[in-house]
Design a protein around this ligand. Structure first.
Ligand SMILES: [Zn+2]
Length: 47
């Protein structure tokens, strides 16, 4: 399981709670994908 190397928060915890432990958490690929879906999903809506 992927987790932050700085604060130790796991990807699962971040996805479940929606909160990251620190700025390093955003370096995790799965977190980046989740953030893009949450904040960028509205601009590209597939049909
Ligand atoms: Zn972190």
């Amino acid at each position: 399981m992927n987790k932050c190397s700085k604060c130790g928060t796991t990807v699962q915890e971040i996805l479940e709670t929606g909160f990251v432990g620190c700025e390093k958490c955003y370096d995790l690929p799965e977190v980046q994908n989740a953030v893009l879906k949450m904040y960028g999903g509205k601009t590209h809506k597939g049909e």
